[in-house]
Design a binder for this molecule. Structure first.
Ligand SMILES: N[C@@H](CCC(=O)N[C@@H](CS)C(=O)NCC(=O)O)C(=O)O
Length: 237
């Protein structure tokens, strides 16, 4: 239930943006009373008023009174601290491990999966194989990380900011890798990761914020045609 005493917070987002989805999930999990403001990418985010909120011109951004926070992982740490804190463990060592895993999402999983996705096998099959193996190694690392956590989620039995960091990207690659690379996570020997995928598929916050799989395919098919992920630096050349 949303508390009538929760301070009002503005959430600037775009429903197709995986980074904004991270903060959207955190807002729902923390039961925050927020006002969503949809930003059209390519126009609204280039305006002076938006650049005054986030000089990088990117979503997500949250504004709570005088406080403005951007960068999804930092937004989520802020939200967790201000609205209850239960999305990060109380033990400092576990929090540190959680932050290592969160940082690794963008530097490893996103980079490796979008590089493999963006690569055209017919141009260089050996490179395609290498990119696939690099991605598989990271998926094995994540599978073992979940096993090490000792529960369904990355840090144990409770959902944390670590899971929230990964959810939007796994939702997207679970659709795009089979569709465009014939690479199906379910067919790989990743028991802990596949169990995690099943758990997040049932979680209300993840369902409510997810993109329709057909829409993911449509948008990514266009992005892949125009080499978008390489152009914006998410995928390696
Ligand atoms: N590192 C940022 C990335 C945010 C990001 O790249 N957002 C994209 C949309 S998915 C955006 O706003 N792009 C607008 C632009 O670059 O013009 C975060 O974690 O918040």
């Amino acid at each position: 239930m949303v508390s009538e005493f929760a301070p009002e917070l503005q959430f600037y987002f775009n429903p197709n943006c995986p980074y904004a989805q991270r903060s959207w999930i955190a807002l729902l999990e923390l039961n925050v009373n927020f006002k969503p403001i949809e930003i059209e990418l390519g126009s609204d985010n280039k305006t002076d008023w938006f650049l005054a909120l986030n000089p990088n011109g990117k979503v997500p951004v949250i504004q709570q009174g005088e406080t403005i926070v951007y960068e999804s992982l930092i937004v989520n740490e802020y939200l967790s601290e201000v609205f209850g804190g239960h999305l990060m463990p109380s033990e400092a060592g576990k929090r540190a491990w959680g932050r290592i895993l969160m940082g690794r999402c963008d530097s490893h999983l996103v980079k490796l999966s979008y590089s493999y996705l963006s690569h055209k096998r017919e141009e260089d099959s050996a490179k395609d194989e290498q990119l696939k193996q690099d991605l598989e190694a990271e998926l094995r690392f994540l599978d073992q990380a979940i096993q090490k956590g000792g529960g369904t989620y990355f840090l144990g039995e409770e959902l944390s900011l670590v899971d929230i960091a990964y959810v939007p990207f796994f939702q997207r690659i679970s659709v795009t890798l089979p569709a465009f690379k014939h690479f199906d996570l379910k067919e790989k020997n990743l028991p802990y990761l596949n169990q995690w995928l099943e758990a997040i598929a049932l979680r209300e916050s993840c369902i409510k914020t997810s993109m329709n799989p057909e829409k993911i395919k449509e948008i990514y098919s266009h992005f892949l045609k125009i080499d978008y992920f390489k152009k914006v630096g998410i995928a390696t050349q």
